[in-house]
Write a protein that binds this ligand. Structure first.
Ligand SMILES: Cc1cc2nc3c(=O)[nH]c(=O)nc-3n(C[C@H](O)[C@H](O)[C@H](O)COP(=O)(O)OP(=O)(O)OC[C@H]3O[C@@H](n4cnc5c(N)ncnc54)[C@H](O)[C@@H]3O)c2cc1C
Length: 489
């Protein structure tokens, strides 16, 4: 039997996942990737004896990765191992408050009461409501196409309609959190979940309160060989299944014939005809660069973008016992920090610092007596700011803040350094304005202002990855691949 042929543009996690799913559906799959390596944002590098995961550092819903191996009749553990973390995060404030959040919800609630003065039942109640909201809303908003009539008539949709009054989806995340918690520190901790899709807690809808459910009730995980192992193992699986990869092969045009996506043009020439084309490239440049002369869904493409990141990768010649795998050093003025990010499009002078240290779990990631520090600041998407000036100022502020809170001069401990800014993110992965999660989720219609996983105008053209439905981040990019593959015959 003649197999159908599909081209996948991009080998990010969304592209790898859809390639595996389509191979399972017996397609002949060719993946065209501009870079010399697979993984897109989910990649890694080594420098002076330190190993760094370059992009994501938090791993939730690992079953979505396991599912790809199981679907292919493979044992995921032959490819990829991870552990469930018994500590979620360490939080630090300038006033000297430190809170280590354990994975066990009741223990966390007790710790929050002891350290922050937040009544334990507020934490437990919030997390059970977060679970309920996730169970009701995820089926509708995260697992199916919102752009097919059948979705709105499904049992999942009716469950959503019936539970709508209980969902607390009106108002902003910050408003919901101010109602749920007594202390400003607990509000801040739960406001931070807006940043998991690059949005602003003072604007994003209260539905985002479903996010903590993943970390606390389902769990936070760590791949034994680092985050990079997620895409490395999926790449190995795809190759074992017969997916063909073309690296250093940037796609420059999707050629449409008789209203149907037909061939691709790369820097090396024109491909054979395909039965379908799936773009894992950000949807905005897919239309604007690869499909010039075709109608574009400008209303969607012109939506404000999610936040980006400014990342410092530092090799540190010291070990800090007070730090864990995930650490947050909060800004004293969270609201102003987001005003800077989304309105002024700058980084506030007292930024919230996320510090990830994989050598806490994988000692070979740093030389003996040292630690590999991945420091992420929430940054605006690229709007042609002076990134050199922003970076220099932010670097000074980060060093000063960490030195103050850790009571140790950090500067002389930095023995190796790399930096990633929004311009570089855009350059390396074609993400529009270097946004980490596509369009922003800073309004209540955001879910409907993401592009569907298929084109409404061009037949046989599909979309996966963090810039389209259901959204950015590893779990949602994986979900987009499932939705797109399910839509394909
Ligand atoms: C610093 C950072 C921290 C993050 N932290 C987290 C986290 O902790 N947890 C989490 O879940 N998510 C996190 N994210 C977000 C997460 O990385 C992304 O949502 C996810 O990896 C997006 O995957 P993707 O498949 O959409 O595409 P990408 O990873 O963007 O890959 C797209 C691929 O397409 C290729 N491509 C683009 N254009 C072309 C073309 N014309 N021809 C051929 N190939 C092309 C690119 O080279 C790239 O390889 C983070 C991201 C960054 C950058």
């Amino acid at each position: 039997m003649k197999h159908k042929k599909v081209a996948v543009i991009g080998a990010g996690i969304g592209g790898l996942a859809v390639a595996i799913r389509l191979r399972h559906k017996n397609y002949d799959v060719e993946v065209y990737e501009a870079n010399a390596y697979p993984g897109g944002k989910l990649t890694a590098f080594s420098q002076s004896g330190f190993r760094f995961d370059a992009g994501p550092s938090l791993f939730t819903l690992p079953r979505l990765v396991d599912e790809l191996f199981e679907l292919s009749g493979k044992d995921p553990r032959d490819y990829f191992e991870y552990i469930r973390l018994d500590e979620i995060c360490r939080y630090f404030w300038e006033d000297g408050t430190e809170l280590i959040v354990p994975a066990d919800v009741q223990e966390f609630a007790r710790e929050a009461e002891k350290t922050l003065g937040e009544p334990a039942e507020n934490i437990s109640r919030y997390l059970s409501q977060s679970r309920l909201k996730y169970e009701v809303l995820s089926g509708l908003f995260l697992e199916d196409s919102l752009h097919k009539f059948s979705t709105w008539l499904s049992a999942k949709a009716f469950k959503g309609y019936l539970n709508l009054p209980k969902m607390g989806i009106f108002g902003t995340l910050n408003e919901a959190n101010e109602k749920a918690f007594k202390t400003s520190k607990a509000v801040q901790m739960f406001n931070r979940y807006a940043t998991y899709n690059g949005s602003d807690p003072y604007q994003t809808p209260a539905t985002m309160s479903i996010i903590p459910h993943l970390e606390y009730n389902v769990g936070a995980f760590f791949p034994k060989n680092g985050m990079h192992d997620i895409t490395q193992s999926l790449y190995r699986l795809a190759k074992d299944l017969g997916v063909r990869f073309h690296f250093n092969e940037k796609v420059t045009e999707i050629i449409v014939k008789d209203g149907k996506a037909d061939r691709i043009r790369t820097e090396n020439g024109i491909s054979e005809a395909f039965d379908a084309i799936v773009s894992n490239m950000d949807v905005t440049p897919t239309y604007r660069k690869l499909l010039p002369g075709h109608p574009h869904p400008d209303r969607i493409l012109d939506q404000p973008k999610s936040g980006s990141g400014l990342i410092f990768y530092w090799g540190i010649k010291k070990e800090f016992k007070t730090l864990g795998l995930h650490n947050i050093f909060f800004s004293d003025d969270y609201k102003t920090e987001f005003e800077y990010q989304f309105n002024k499009k700058e980084i506030y002078d007292d930024p919230t610092i996320y510090l990830n240290i994989t050598s806490k779990h994988q000692p070979t990631d740093a030389p003996e007596g040292c630690e590999n520090w991945f420091i992420l600041l929430n940054a605006p998407a690229n709007d042609r700011q002076d990134w050199q000036a922003i970076t220099e100022k932010a670097r000074k502020n980060v060093i000063a803040k960490l030195s103050r809170i850790l009571r140790c001069d950090i500067s002389p401990l930095i023995v190796s350094e790399e930096i990633l800014d929004p311009v570089m993110i855009e350059h390396r992965t074609s993400s529009d304005q270097g946004a980490l999660y596509g369009n922003s989720s800073n309004n209540k219609f955001a879910a409907f202002l993401r592009h569907p996983n298929f084109s409404k105008n061009i037949r046989n053209l599909y979309f996966v990855g963090g810039s389209v439905h259901p959204g950015g981040g590893i779990p949602l990019a994986l979900s987009s691949a499932k939705i797109a593959a399910d839509l394909m015959a």
